[in-house]
Ligand binder design. Structure first.
Ligand SMILES: *Cc1c(COP(=O)(O)O)cnc(C)c1O
Length: 404
């Protein structure tokens, strides 16, 4: 086999499908978020980022940066080992306490990313629960799907957010078998929200555990940023809450929060937790500072909500169609992979606006979109400029407008 030819041919298929991913080469500017420099060939251009998951701008918050600088000066760069062999730093221990407290759980366990936390926790629970079954929402994130697949547990998928279908699946499982229901609160692409209470009610009725991915909700919802389950008073009903430190908290890392025994079980049996170098102490210190800040400060969340509302009003006025939802994510629908990429390129080229096109397989074909994430640091002028640009491109690229 000619290996190089094989790789190139596969990439050509992606390109002709409009699915080839091009990463924008950015230099974020601390103190000036959401501004960044974009480099392409020999050209450098100042742009405004409109698609960051640093939803609240915490990645540049003074208390986060201060904690990070201080921890570097105190402990150096890396952690120096796996958690088991010399890599557990006091900052990791404090961060895990902070996370357990955030979710009102006995314990929390830190991973190198949210992806790894889902993959390792679901993989371990699914593999080791004797004769266990995992029941998974059809809209779940790739990291959950991979973890479930890796566990080799029997797996059933229920229709997205469909309680009748979930009950149908639960009914079909032989009574007495251990069951874990895996789902999310805020789904990142449509921005819709899972019915946590209803899922917990069904879990109680069928003796199942619940596993909730709150990655897009932690820091963003609830009086202390504990997520949708906190906002709805449901944290104690969910068995495992999983989150990230890389989105609203603005740093990097993932975690689960649950009972002491469950966290200790995953800590003791999950290969993806044990056999990898612990996060740098400065990362743990920065994440803890971010969590602490958002436990008491509401300004970021309030500002973020205000920006979302303003953007939606302006989009409505311009007739640019977006998915309506109850979250902070504004998916502007294009419905065509090539047009979506084209509009994104023109926004960058002519308007200094960066919004990554979201195409298949991240979303179903025909629902290609620009996923816009306003932050408290986007100004009125930024919003006006964005909506003006979208409106011009909607005419130029002949994309359907919303019907008033
Ligand atoms: C981003 C994401 C993850 C992974 O979190 P990282 O910290 O980025 O690895 C997990 N679940 C969902 C739903 C996500 O969108």
């Amino acid at each position: 086999m000619n290996y190089e030819d094989f790789f190139k041919a596969e990439l050509d298929t992606l390109r002709s499908d409009g699915r080839y991913r091009i990463f924008a080469d950015l230099e974020r500017k601390a103190g000036q978020f959401p501004l960044a420099t974009h480099r392409s060939g020999h050209r450098e251009k100042g742009i405004t980022v409109w698609c960051s998951n640093d939803y609240l701008g915490m990645g540049q918050h003074p208390s986060v940066l201060k904690a990070m600088h201080e921890a570097i000066d105190l402990c150096g760069a890396g952690s120096g080992g796996t958690r088991n062999i010399s890599g557990t730093n006091h900052f990791h221990v404090e961060l895990e306490r902070e996370l357990a407290d955030l979710h009102g759980k006995e314990s929390a366990l830190l991973f190198t990313s949210g992806y790894v936390s889902n993959w390792a926790a679901l993989g371990t629970l699914g593999a080791l629960l004797p004769n266990g079954v995992i029941v998974s929402d059809a809209g779940n994130h790739a990291s959950m799907i991979e973890g479930i697949r890796h566990s080799r547990a029997e797996r059933h998928i229920f229709k997205h957010n469909d309680m009748a279908d979930l009950e149908r699946v639960l009914k079909s499982i032989e009574p007495g078998r251990p069951i874990l229901i895996a789902f999310e609160s805020v789904y990142s692409m449509d921005g819709d929200i899972g019915p946590i209470k209803e899922i917990c009610d069904l879990a109680d009725r069928y003796g199942a555990m619940t596993y909730l991915d709150e990655v897009h909700a932690v820091g963003m919802y609830g009086p202390r940023g504990g997520g949708i389950a906190e906002r709805e008073g449901l944290m104690d009903r969910v068995t495992v809450i999983e989150g990230t430190l890389g989105k609203a908290y603005g740093v990097v890392g993932g975690y689960i929060a649950a009972s002491a025994a469950l966290c200790d079980f995953v800590r003791s049996f999950a290969s993806g937790f044990i056999f990898t170098t612990a996060l740098p102490p400065a990362i743990a210190a920065a994440a803890a500072a971010s969590i602490r800040h958002l436990k008491t400060s509401h300004d970021e969340r309030t500002g973020q909500r205000d920006r979302v509302q303003r953007l939606r009003l302006k989009l409505d006025a311009a007739g640019v169609p977006y998915l309506r939802n109850d979250s902070h994510i504004v998916p502007v629908m294009v419905g065509d992979a090539k047009k979506c990429k084209w509009i994104s390129d023109l926004l960058m080229e002519h308007y200094g606006i960066y919004i990554q096109p979201i195409n298949y397989p991240t979303v179903p074909r025909g629902t290609e979109r620009l996923r816009i994430t306003p932050t408290p640091l986007h100004s009125d002028a930024d919003i006006d400029h964005l909506v003006g640009a979208l409106s011009e491109l909607w005419s130029r690229c002949a994309v359907n407008r919303a019907v008033a």
